[in-house]
Write a protein that binds this ligand. Structure first.
Ligand code: S3P
Length: 168
């Protein structure tokens, strides 16, 4: 079982990676966290000090570690699939699941923790919604290359279980 969880920031990729890894007894990982550990800096610091290009290169490099792993569930970053051939690579090296929540839900979830997220930290509530709308429109064609897409009630233990049973 090699699962890559993809989707916009705020969709719960990290939450689900943790939950699924416990339930299915496989290693659960978070790509943002691995990048932060590797760089010994927060994502916000990497963006501010080294720039987004550097972050994307590092993210892509750390993602490739999963080529060696036999079984895992990995929460990727919201932008991961959209840079440096990462989507193709994930589809060749495992199963990709797009967690697709509406932008209104994402905006509500993201409002409180904006400071830690470099792409949205300076946005007003209204601008945040607009930003998410634009980003999703921009990224949908890449997210849409995923093996599975979960929406609504399918974003649940049962929804994931249906997929996992086919790949365990
Ligand atoms: C990003 C999403 C973040 C993080 C970085 C950039 C994006 O991950 O990788 O701030 O481009 O959407 P989460 O989706 O885990 O918040």
């Amino acid at each position: 079982m090699k699962l890559f969880l993809i989707g916009m920031m705020g969709t719960g990729k990290s939450y689900w990676a943790k939950k699924l890894s416990k339930k299915w007894k496989v290693g659960g990982y978070d790509l943002d966290f691995l990048v932060e550990s590797h760089e010994e800096k927060s994502i916000a610091e990497i963006f501010a000090e080294d720039g987004e290009d550097y972050f994307r290169k590092t993210e892509s490099r750390v993602l490739r570690w999963f080529g060696e792993k036999k079984t895992f569930v990995l929460a990727t970053g919201g932008g991961t699939p959209c840079f440096l051939d990462n989507m193709d690579w994930m589809n060749k090296n495992g199963v990709t699941i797009w967690i697709d929540e509406p932008v209104t839900v994402l905006a509500e979830r993201l409002k409180p923790g904006r400071d830690h997220r470099p792409l949205i930290k300076d946005l007003s509530d209204e601008a945040l919604l607009q930003f998410l709308d634009n980003k999703l429109a921009e990224r949908s064609s890449v997210y849409g290359q995923s093996t599975y897409r979960l929406q609504g009630e399918a974003i649940s233990d049962e929804g994931f279980a249906r997929i996992i049973k086919q790949h365990a």
